[in-house]
Design a protein around this ligand. Structure first.
Ligand code: ZN
Ligand code: ZN
Length: 156
C-alpha cells in the first residue's frame, strides 16, 4: 500500500493558495465550534468572491464511508478540520478527492458550502444559479482558450 503522503502529494506551494486553503480550514473549524460563518459573505453578489452554496444533499448522503486501517492509524493520519488523529477502525467520510474527515466535521461544512476545505474540490450543488455560473465560467475559459489558439495560429 502506498502511504497517505504519496497519495496526497498535492500541498500547494504558492503562498496565496496556502492562505486561501488555511482560510477555508479556519472557517470549517469555526463552523464546527458552532460559530456562524455566513456574515460577511452574503452581501457579495459575485460567486467568485463568496463561498459556493451547500453541496447537494443526495451527494453528501452518498459520500462513501471509510474505515481507518491500522496503517493509517499508525501514521497518525489526522482529520484536517479538528486535527485529531483518527482511531483505528474508526468510520470516517471520504470525499471524492480522497480526503478523509470525521462525519461530524465535514457534514456541517458541506451543509454550508460544496468544496473540500483542504483542496477545494467541488461537489455538485442543488443551486441552479450556481451550477449555471459554473458552466458559464467553463464556457468562458474554453472561449479564451480558443482565442489563444486562434491567436497562435495567426502569428506563427
Ligand atoms: Zn474531525
Ligand atoms: Zn480534498
Amino acid at each position: 500500500m502506498t502511504s497517505y503522503f504519496d497519495e496526497h502529494d498535492c500541498e500547494p506551494t504558492n503562498p496565496e493558495e496556502q492562505y486561501r486553503q488555511n482560510a477555508l480550514l479556519e472557517l470549517a473549524r469555526s463552523l464546527m465550534q458552532g460559530l456562524d460563518i455566513d456574515s460577511g459573505w452574503l452581501d457579495v453578489s459575485d460567486w467568485d468572491q463568496r463561498l459556493p452554496p451547500p453541496a447537494a444533499k443526495a451527494v453528501v448522503q452518498s459520500l462513501p464511508l471509510h474505515r481507518i486501517t491500522p496503517q493509517q492509524a499508525d501514521k497518525g493520519l489526522k482529520c484536517p478540520v479538528c486535527l485529531l488523529e483518527f482511531e483505528e477502525e474508526e468510520t470516517v467520510r471520504e470525499m471524492p478527492c480522497k480526503h478523509l474527515f470525521h462525519s461530524g466535521c465535514i457534514l456541517p461544512w458541506l451543509g454550508k458550502t460544496n468544496s473540500c476545505p483542504l483542496c477545494r474540490f467541488e461537489l455538485p450543488t442543488d443551486n441552479s444559479d450556481y451550477e449555471e455560473f459554473k458552466k458559464d465560467k467553463e464556457r468562458r475559459r474554453q472561449r479564451e482558450h480558443r482565442l489563444e489558439d486562434l491567436h497562435g495560429a495567426m502569428y506563427t
